[in-house]
Design a protein around this ligand. Structure first.
Ligand code: BT5
Length: 253
């Protein structure tokens, strides 16, 4: 049983032994689900990353969950949920697991440069109104090892901390942080509280990065994460560019 301290987020929790993807399942039930419903899988057989990539989700080793949200905001604001989730996870793993995670804009939490969490936000709706949003959060908690393809880029809380981490405590902490930041954003329509955390624990601010944006590959230095949560980069030719999303990798120089 979870010791929840939230009012809305997680008041309804659906827990599965095995599910293809908690985001897929959430999509199926979203229409009838109440705001704040959380779907958790002990294992995902078809966990997804962005752009159709796979997300490895072995049984019992991680937190594979989705939050269904029904805010009255325009679709253009939807991606802010990714940042709210990233800030919540980063804060929660510091507080509940004692692991010093950093946020790699826009959707990763890294420890020592390796990925410990990825976030996938999806939405449905019309041009000016969202029907629902699904915020998928994948955290490597007690994994001891990773598949060959990404063993150099992935880590888990257990590997970093050297001991087992209680997933229930961590889930409760994430949902609490998420609700606080989400509600602040909904009530005041500002991301300021979220951005305070994102800037404090940023893995990219001030760094030279390589950005893959569609077909393009850009290089530059990260100047700021602005009040809308966009990444402002100074490119090699001196021009400044604002990025809405993309693939950022930090160059070691
Ligand atoms: C992400 O995509 O980082 C988003 C991951 C979201 C997963 C959650 S779990 C609950 C919910 N249900 C789902 O089906 N998905 C969400 P992206 O930035 O595209 O990163 C994907 C890449 O990370 C892959 O191509 C691999 O290289 C790497 N990867 C795959 N599994 C990983 C893992 N467990 N830990 C670290 N890296 C991983």
């Amino acid at each position: 049983k979870l010791q929840l301290r939230t009012k809305e987020i997680g008041q309804e929790i659906l827990l599965f032994d095995s599910v293809d993807s908690t985001n897929n399942y959430s999509k199926k039930i979203a229409k009838d689900a109440i705001h704040g419903t959380v779907v958790i899988g002990e294992e995902q057989t078809g966990g997804r990353g962005r752009l159709g990539r796979n997300w490895s989700s072995p049984k019992g080793e991680g937190i594979w969950m989705s939050i269904i949200l029904k805010p009255s905001i325009p679709p253009t604001e939807g991606m802010k949920m990714t940042q709210i989730a990233a800030a919540s996870v980063c804060k929660a793993i510091r507080e509940a697991a004692g692991v010093e995670g950093y946020i790699k804009w826009p959707n990763d939490i890294v420890v020592g440069g390796k990925k410990v969490c990825g976030i996938l936000t999806e939405m449905a709706g019309e041009l000016n109104k969202i029907d629902y949003l699904i915020v998928g959060i994948g955290i490597n908690v007690n994994n001891q090892s990773f598949p060959e393809e990404f063993k150099d880029i992935a880590t888990s809380l257990t590997i970093e901390k050297g001991k087992k981490i209680d997933r229930k405590t961590l889930i409760a902490c994430i949902l609490k942080e998420f609700e606080t930041l989400y509600q602040h954003y909904i009530d005041r329509r500002t991301l300021d509280e979220t951005l305070e955390i994102i800037r404090l624990y940023s893995a990219v601010l001030g760094k030279t990065v390589r950005i893959i944006k569609g077909e393009q590959e850009l290089k530059g230095r990260v100047l700021e994460i602005n009040d809308e949560g966009l990444l402002k980069v100074q490119l090699e030719d001196g021009k400044e560019e604002l990025l809405v999303s993309g693939e950022v990798s930090i160059r070691s120089e």
